[in-house]
Every structure is written in C-alpha cells, then in structure tokens.
Design a protein around this ligand. Structure first.
Ligand SMILES: [Zn+2]
Ligand SMILES: [Zn+2]
Length: 374
C-alpha cells in the first residue's frame, strides 16, 4: 500500500506556516487517524514544548485510537507516548530541562507528586496521573507539550530512534523483569517477543536468568535467540506449557502477548513458588486462572504498569553502556494507519518508530502532499 494512502491532510488557514505542525489525530474511535495541521502548542507554567524527532508506535496507542478500554480518551486527540525530541520552549518555573535538551515523553505525563504513591516511588500508581497520548495530546506530532517534571532525560549520544521505544517498551519490560524478581538461577519465560518482548528477553538476561521466549512466529523467535534467549518455543507448533515444564517450569513468566490464552499458558508454565507478571492489556479483559493450583503452588500474580522516571534513567543508562539493542523500523508518520494494521496483523518484528525530523512546518503544503503520496 502506498505511503499515506490511508491518511488525509487537512490545512489550517488562519495561522502562519511556522505556527503550524503536522499531527496524526484520532477523530473517531475505530476510524483511520487523520493527518492534520494544528497550531504548535505554547508552554504553560511547568510545561515545555518539544520538537519531536522520533515517536514509537505502542499497542496502547491502538487501544486508545479504538477506545478499547473502560476509560476512554476525549476526542479528538493525538496518540503517542514514546516521543523523543528537543526542547524548543520552556514555560515559567521550569528548571529541570532547558532549550536544546533531548527528552522523552513517556506514558506517565503527569502525576500529583504528593500522594502516598508519588512519595513512595510508585508515581505510576498516582490516581491523579495524566497519560501522554491519552489524557493529553501525545507525540504523533511534530511538536508536543509536556510537563517538565515528568519527561525522561535522554543521555547525550543516545540515538533518538532507540530512545523512543525505550521510553515505553523499554521501561515497561525493565520494570516487569524487576517485578518478576528474576535472579541468576531462575528460568524466565517471556510470552510474546515483539516490540516489548525483545527487550524483556534482554533485561532478563541482564538479570542473569536463563530465558525461554515464546511466540507464534519464527522470525520473532529467531530475533529473540539473537538477543540472548536460551530457548525458544513456537506456540503455534508446540504446547508452550509442556515445553517449559520439560525445562523444569518457569520461576517467572512475563505475559506480554495481547491474548488471554497466552496469560493462561504463562500461568501453567510456572513451577512452584513461581511469579506471573501481567503486562499486556488485551481488549478481552479477563483470564481463567485456577484457584487451587495458585494456592497450593504458592503462585504470585503481579500487575506491572510502565515504570518510573528512575526506571527510565536506568533503562537509558543500560542502553548507553551498550547492554541492550532496540529492534525497530523507521517509517513516516503518514503510514500511521497502515502501521497500526501491521501491528494488529503481527507482521512487525520490532518496534515501528515514526520519523518526524525535517518535515519542516514551513514546508509548502503541496510539497508535503507530494511527499505523503496524496
Ligand atoms: Zn506504551
Ligand atoms: Zn500522586
């Protein structure tokens, strides 16, 4: 399918070109996103404006665009919570970052900073949190506004196209491996090795564990092997529960595939005293877990949602030291609808990252239309 064939470009005539930016907008749930010209935001107190360079496509963006979850975003909105770019403007009271700094706009766009969760290192559980690309406009856009206190600081020298997926896929799996309690003598099973899973495999290896990767496609399993997985199981061809139990059972299983069945298999693959970490959020919001086996086998089930700013710092530090590899594919923002379809079809091996560099807002509309293939 030609680039941009599923997206249309709408112009805003009232503003000068330098005041306009290109953004992919959700106007209706379950309708294709629309590429629009919108006004470049201005920062309020405590806020910054970021010129986005790279913006990752996370499965959560698809759930947001489809209105899959009980609490839905307010339409219209711009998705995207793996945005990385350069600070171009700072609002009053901002001291944490300055113009020219490279920052990441993660899922946790804002938290209150004073509740019991915020003050105890669990800001990701703050009830007053606002999520980037959900409760506030996100990073499928040339510019995005953010709360300075909650952006990630991208270390110098880090590739923005690596930093973008690490802002969600990275920090989420890093935290999930922490939540799994993985130790060097453990067998860790990673269910689903796409955008998240390929990073989970690496963090479990960094923790010293033996890793078994489970997926339905050979390409992804081959990638997992290259990234350090000790064992791979193709769940389309063999029963992952049997395969993992044959290895002695998993001390920890991390459920990253958006399929309740994979969660159930992950549970059944555990050994006694094992830990199951729920991470993926299937639209079909329930699993069947047997109570008897959970009690008698002393199983722990834990939910893990993204990670804190500190976790993200650690993720970037590991990457800066060359300990992790990000598998990603760069595409123009105009491919957004096809890209979403490709993720849904499971045909994308790593992470899709939209390239928002050098699409100057002052560029004539005709040229943009040509570039978009419209
Ligand atoms: Zn995400
Ligand atoms: Zn709070």
């Amino acid at each position: 399918m030609p680039v941009g064939s599923t997206a249309t470009l709408i112009s805003t005539h009232q503003l000068a070109p330098e005041e306009l930016m290109k953004a992919a907008v959700v106007r209706d749930f379950r309708q294709p996103l629309v590429i629009e010209h919108r006004p470049v935001p201005t920062p309020g107190h405590g806020e910054i404006v970021v010129r986005i360079e790279a913006s990752g496509l996370c499965h959560t963006d698809i759930h947001a665009a489809h209105g899959d979850w009980p609490i839905k975003p307010t339409l219209p909105f711009v998705p995207g919570h793996e945005g990385v770019g350069i600070v171009t403007r700072v609002g009053g009271g901002v001291t944490r970052v300055k113009e020219g700094d490279r920052v990441a706009l993660p899922w946790l766009g804002y938290a209150c900073g004073t509740c019991e969760f915020c003050v105890s290192g669990w800001e990701t559980l703050c009830a007053k949190q606002v999520n980037t690309g959900y409760g506030m406009d996100g990073a499928y856009s040339e510019y995005a506004k953010a709360f300075a206190a909650y952006v990630g600081i991208v270390p110098a020298g880090l590739d923005p196209f690596d930093a973008a997926p690490l802002a969600c896929a990275g920090v989420t799996t890093y935290k999930a491996v922490k939540a799994s309690g993985a130790r060097s003598s453990d067998l860790v099973a990673v269910f689903g090795v796409g955008g998240l899973g390929h990073l989970a495999v690496q963090y479990a290896k960094i923790a010293g564990a033996t890793v078994v990767a489970v997926d339905l496609t050979e390409d992804k399993l081959a990638m997992a092997k290259q990234l350090g997985a000790d064992y791979t199981v193709n769940a389309a061809r063999e029963d992952p529960v049997q395969a993992i139990q044959k290895l002695g059972g998993a001390d920890a299983a991390i459920a990253l595939a958006v399929s309740p069945r994979a969660f159930e298999q992950a549970f059944a693959s555990l050994r006694r005293k094992g830990t199951l970490v729920f991470v993926a959020l299937p639209a079909d919001n329930s699993v069947r877990i047997p109570i008897f086996e959970t009690v008698l086998n002393g199983i722990t089930i834990v939910g893990s949602i993204v990670g804190t700013r500190k976790d993200l710092d650690e993720v970037y530090e590991l990457h800066a030291r060359g300990r992790t590899h990000v598998i990603r594919e760069t595409r123009p923002l105009e491919t957004v609808n096809q890209s979403i379809q490709d993720v849904l079809d499971g045909t994308v091996t790593g992470r899709i990252v939209f390239d928002l560099r050098d699409t100057a807002v002052a560029e004539p509309l005709e040229r943009q239309l040509t570039a978009a293939g419209a």
